[in-house]
Design a protein around this ligand. Structure first.
Ligand SMILES: Cc1ncc(COP(=O)(O)O)c(C=O)c1O
Length: 479
């Protein structure tokens, strides 16, 4: 079957968010009521939505959203090839003193087409499970291009390492397992440097509240294991969180260099990912040149002091993907809870089954209205936007920083059958959805080519596929 749709409307997306978006009108603050009736409602309260500017489409044109819906149905993820490549180019320009490897943290979105785009750009892979290693190899990567940093060390790791996979041991037990399997081998060590930073508590993976990596104070135990198995530590790895504060990221880079000092055999320092990306118009993005330059200087100073010229590795996921994808969804219902204390709710045909981040982290995603005919709505309105799951937490407009609260958001006025485009849906969306909850099928993924052609890169799941691993329980096994 042809997976591509001819160039849609012949339009080219702008490479960056239009400047007009940033000066657009100010969102109405959500109405806040302290009345008891409100408090009784499912312990959920209404948060102020903040003074965010009204959002606009980032790379699709309104008529392209309609064309996606007509060709593939909704909900559908749409990735933009040009943006993926542009972000990869920026990552490859990360300041470095003695060489750079950029690994795509494929957990952000593991579709083979995305892996292919990045492989062709010269990126390597950060895998977070043995299964991701297999998936990257299927997409054309060599084992030697992949490094594994995982919370669950796969039983089958020896066969992967024999083929060339690089391993960063993330706990003492992983290090022991590696040493037993490959005495005298080369290994990387992922440390928790004692400090973390993420956009939210749930995306902070450093410091004493985080289980990721070998706690830095266990350095003597790690060294003892390396001696026991005669291991060469060739790589130190730290990753302190997603959406990290750039200042904390730079500080932990210095702490990671201190860890390298303890292992004279180290030739590579991997500083993970975590580069903050603004999805909403008012949110800031990390400039890689700004965070990278002081780190480059630290590498130079380290080389002067030790004579070792370390190669730098970085592992961005969010930076490459976040604003390179949107979800085209349909408003399948519109309900109200009254005019005084209530709200007008839009119910999409998407939700936590496609984008879990708002429910999980109170993440804010731009929501842009497109009329059913592919035009932009003329008037504005404020709505609470929810997903299609039977779950009060399936919410696309949580209050900022509080997944328990709801906030109204101003956007183009819509009716049933119109569309909402959920922007910023590239990283940790298709790859991190609550798949098949309420038996909703996995949504298709589409890649928008440089000429506007829409290529289907994952089909919508069928009911048969949802059921395919279920086995019938024999009648005589149940009453
Ligand atoms: C080890 C490791 N490296 C890189 C990343 C990518 O982080 P980000 O998407 O914030 O760039 C993650 C994310 O969880 C990670 O766990």
């Amino acid at each position: 079957m042809s997976a591509s749709v001819a160039s849609l409307a012949g339009v080219r997306a702008p490479a960056v968010r239009p400047a007009a978006a940033k000066s657009a009108s100010i969102t109405k603050r959500a109405r806040v009521s302290a009345r008891p009736a409100r408090a009784a409602r499912a312990a959920r309260h209404v948060a102020a939505a903040g003074d965010a500017a009204m959002e606009s489409l980032q790379f699709l044109k309104p008529e392209e959203a309609k064309a996606v819906r007509d060709a593939f149905g909704t909900p559908a993820y749409v990735y933009d090839l040009a943006r993926l490549e542009e972000q990869a180019t920026k990552a490859l320009a990360f300041p470095n003193a003695f060489g750079l490897t950029v690994r795509y943290a494929m957990k952000a979105s593991p579709n083979a087409a995305i892996l292919k785009v990045f492989r062709k750009k010269g990126l390597n892979i950060d895998a977070s499970s043995g299964y991701e290693v297999h998936r990257a190899v299927k997409a054309g990567f060599d084992y030697a291009d992949i490094s594994l940093s995982t919370q669950e060390f796969p039983d089958f790791f020896p066969e992967l390492v024999e083929k060339g996979l690089k391993v960063n041991a993330c706990s003492l037990s992983q290090l022991e397992a590696f040493g037993k399997a490959f005495p005298g081998g080369d290994v990387g060590l992922r440390f928790n440097p004692g400090l973390g930073s993420g956009g939210t508590g749930k995306t902070n993976v450093g410091g004493p509240s985080s289980s990721f990596g070998i706690w830095h104070e266990l350095l003597p135990e790690a060294k003892a294991l390396c001696e026991k198995y005669d291991l060469n530590v060739v790589r130190i790895h730290t990753h302190i969180g997603s959406g990290s504060d750039p200042a904390v990221w730079t500080k932990t880079s210095g702490m990671s260099l201190d860890l390298c000092r303890s292992f004279p055999t180290v030739t590579t320092l991997n500083l993970g990912g975590g580069y903050k990306v603004g999805r909403m118009a008012h949110e800031q993005s990390t400039d890689l040149q700004v965070v990278g330059t002081p780190v480059k200087e630290l590498f130079e100073a380290y080389a002067k002091e030790t004579g070792v010229e370390l190669t730098l590795e970085i592992e961005p996921g969010t930076f490459l993907l976040a604003n390179s994808c949107c979800i085209v969804a349909t408003v399948q219902d519109k309900v109200t809870t009254g005019t005084d204390e209530g709200h007008t709710f839009l119910k999409l045909d998407a939700g936590m089954t496609e984008v879990l981040r708002p429910s999980l982290y109170a993440a804010q995603h731009p929501l842009v209205a497109v009329s059913a005919d592919g035009s932009s709505p003329a008037s504005k309105a404020s709505y609470v936007v929810v997903g299609h799951c039977c779950e009060s937490g399936d919410l696309l407009t949580p209050g900022p920083d509080d997944a328990e609260s709801i906030a109204e958001r101003e956007m183009g006025a819509v009716e049933r059958g119109d569309m909402l485009v959920v922007e910023g849906a590239g990283a940790y969306c298709a790859g991190m959805s609550s798949k098949n909850y309420n038996s909703f099928p996995e949504a298709p993924e589409v890649m928008r080519g440089r000429d506007g052609t829409m290529h289907l890169i994952r089909k919508r799941q069928s009911l048969e596929q949802i059921l395919e691993n279920e086995l019938e329980l024999a009648d005589d096994a149940c009453a």
